[in-house]
Structures are given as C-alpha cells and as structure tokens.
Design a protein around this ligand. Structure first.
Ligand code: GLA
Length: 384
C-alpha cells in the first residue's frame, strides 16, 4: 500500500506542482447478509486492505480535474455542468460532486489524482470506494464538517441518482465506518451498528475472483429490488403495518403464498432467511463458533443460488471447489452476484491447498485461473 500512496502523491506533485491532501478509501468484503440492505435488513461487512488512494487540492475556479492512474485517462468537468461521461469512471465522481452542489455545500473546483488496487467490478465495491473516498476528501479539503452518516448517504445517492444503480447503503456505510480487525453489523433500517471482533490468528478470509464481470447497472440488480417491493405491496394488503421485507415473517409469507408470483415468493423467502442468518452468525461470533459461522455462509450461498438466483456457474464452481478443501469453514458468493467473487473462511494451513484446488478446478471447467486474494480487515476511509 505504501508504494501506491507514493505513486499517487508523486504523480500529483509532478502534474500539479502543489502538495496534495491524501485520502485512502478501502474496498469491502461482506461476510454474510447479501441483498438484505435495500430490504431494510442486516449485513455484516468489513473494510479491507485493498483501496483507492486520492490526492486532491482545491482550485480557485469551478473546474474539477481528475487524473485516473489506472485507466491512464483524464477528465475535466465544471461544478455547474455535470453530465454522464462515455468514459464511465467519471460518473462515480461526478455523481458525488453533483450531490455536494445540489445540497448547497460551499465547494469549489479541485485537482485530483487517484488510483488503487481494488479489482474493478469484482464485487469488492470499487465503486463505493470511489464515491466514499471522494466525498470524504471533498469534505476535508473544503472543511465542510459534514458528519459521517451524511457522507455515507451522499455517496449512496451519487450511485442511485447519477450512476443509476439503486444500491442499498451497505457499501458506502462500511467504506466510511470500517475498523481494523472488526466486522460491522448494520441494521439497514435504523442505521444502528455494532462492531464484532473478527480475528482468530489461525483463520484467513480468502476472496476468489471469478474474473466474470457483469455491469450492475444493466443487470438484474434493479429487477431484484423491484421483485422484493412487489412482495411487500402484495403482503401489505393483509398486514398494512409492513414497510419492507424486514417486517415480514415466515407465517405471513406462507399464509399468502398463493397471492404471490412464485418468483417473488422465492425472493422474499430468501431475504427473510438471510436476515435470520446474519443475526445467528453474529451470535456465533460472540461464542467464537466459526464452524457454525462457516455453515451459515454455505446456507447463504445456497439461498443466493436457488432462491434469489443471483449466482452463476462460475461462482457456484468456485464455492464447490472451496468446499472440498479440508480447513475451509465456509464459502459463498459475495456482493450483487452474476459475476465477481466468492468469499471463504479458511484455516491458515489450508490456504495453499485452497489456492491449488480452486485454481485447478476452475481452470478445468472455465479455461482460466481465478485471482485469489488473502485479505485483511482494515480501517475505513481516512486521511493518510
Ligand atoms: C451491491 C450493492 C449493495 C448490496 C449488495 C448485495 O454491492 O451496492 O448495496 O445490495 O450488492 O448485498
């Protein structure tokens, strides 16, 4: 990470000739609780040791000038004339600026060089790292004194309104609130949160990237969200108090199964079960029962595959290969799905065999070798 920080700050100085403010904005893993955030349920993410580094400095005018180290591209826009770019990556940044402007914050133009090592589109939230990191940097740079929850919501809105993905709040929340060696249980309705230690010296979190990329915006993500809303609309007729799937229990769902489209029923059933799994997994953490925790990860994957139908043959194959390795406590697809990666909880001694097995099986089935990352849980976005 030190090299990355050096590269970005050197590049900024060479390009703009002033000292930048440096901000580090991490990616995330989610241990359990997938597609529950926009249903006002529970999630259990952590910030990781893969990040985007931003170097920024204010300008006197209203121009925002971005230099992307990874794409080798530059982009300029005016605070008052923001629009989507064919380059795509500027949308995540312009979306953030757009939110500052719309909310009447006293911002000016600025220069920015950024780059990182979060695999893009792999389900480790490279987009939330861009949004959360820039929101944080702008807040610091112009001394706006915006509180962290407001920054989270602003970053989420950037994605909802400007990029057009109706994502929940998980990724932006953990990006700002992550803590070293801790997972965060977030109640996505009340936004109350609680940290749980996630550290056993003999356990590792391993992320296997399928290398399959599906664009969230054009994908089924928004469709899933609508299906959940449809379930709530139908069930509301019988239980007017419910606001989201968070309020729905098995009894209500089963009682009105016949009224629901079978696909909608399956989506609702998955969400209800996944919320319960998050609560139970947190109890496992309190008792240090990582074996049970791992089994819940496996159950979560089965639900995402069969009930929510957001897995893919590649992700299923990665989970199956991992499950065959002794010392793997659990594995599941992570993030929105359809592509991206699988997260496994693994005994340290089993990591070499996991690498071997997963690479071999995946190569045999799909003709390519997945990227495998052993990750550490690190702090959320902060000034370097
Ligand atoms: C994406 C979204 C999150 C969440 C996950 C699925 O990462 O950005 O809000 O919905 O998918 O759990």
């Amino acid at each position: 990470m030190h090299d990355l920080i050096q590269q970005i700050s050197d590049k900024f100085r060479a390009r703009f000739g002033v000292e930048p403010l440096l901000v580090m904005s991490p990616g995330r893993v989610n241990l359990i609780g997938e597609h529950t955030d926009y249903n006002e349920g529970f999630v259990l993410p952590a910030a990781i040791d893969k990040a985007v580094v931003f170097a920024v400095a204010p300008r006197q005018d209203t121009v925002c000038h971005f230099v992307s180290q990874d794409y080798g591209q530059e982009f300029r826009c005016d605070l008052h004339e923001l629009g989507r770019s064919p380059l795509r990556w500027p949308d995540y940044l312009e979306g953030v600026i757009d939110q500052f402007v719309r909310n009447g914050y006293a911002v000016r133009g600025f220069q920015c060089v950024f780059g990182g090592n979060i695999p893009i589109g792999a389900g480790m939230s490279s987009s939330a790292a861009l949004e959360g990191g820039l929101a944080f940097a702008v807040n610091e740079m112009f001394r706006l004194k915006i509180d962290s929850l407001t920054l989270v919501k602003l970053a989420q809105k950037a994605e909802n309104k400007f990029v057009g993905v109706h994502c929940g709040i998980m990724d932006q929340f953990i990006n700002i609130h992550g803590l070293e060696k801790k997972v965060l249980k977030l109640d996505c309705r009340s936004l109350e949160f609680e940290y749980f230690p996630f550290e056993r010296p003999d356990l590792r979190i391993v992320v296997c990237d399928s290398l399959v990329r599906r664009e969230l915006a054009s994908s089924e993500y928004n469709v899933r969200r609508r299906q959940c809303e449809e379930g709530v609309e139908v069930l509301k007729k019988y239980a007017p108090g419910i606001r989201s799937l968070r309020d729905v229990g098995f009894c209500l769902l089963e009682e009105h199964r016949a009224d629901l489209d079978p696909v909608v029923y399956r989506r609702c059933d998955y969400v209800i079960r996944e919320n319960i799994r998050v609560e139970e997994a947190c109890r496992d953490l309190l008792t240090g029962d990582f074996k049970s925790f791992g089994e819940r990860m496996g159950a979560s994957h089965a639900g995402l595959r069969d009930g929510y139908e957001v897995s893919s043959p590649e992700l299923d194959a990665l989970v199956e290969a991992a499950a065959k390795v002794e010392g793997v406590l659990g594995a599941r697809m992570m993030g929105a799905g359809f592509g991206g990666c699988v997260i496994s909880l693994v005994e340290e001694g089993a990591v070499p065999e996991l690498r071997e097995r997963v690479s071999r099986d995946y190569q045999a089935s799909f003709g390519r070798t997945p990227n495998i990352h052993v990750i550490r849980i690190e702090a959320g976005t902060h000034v370097i």
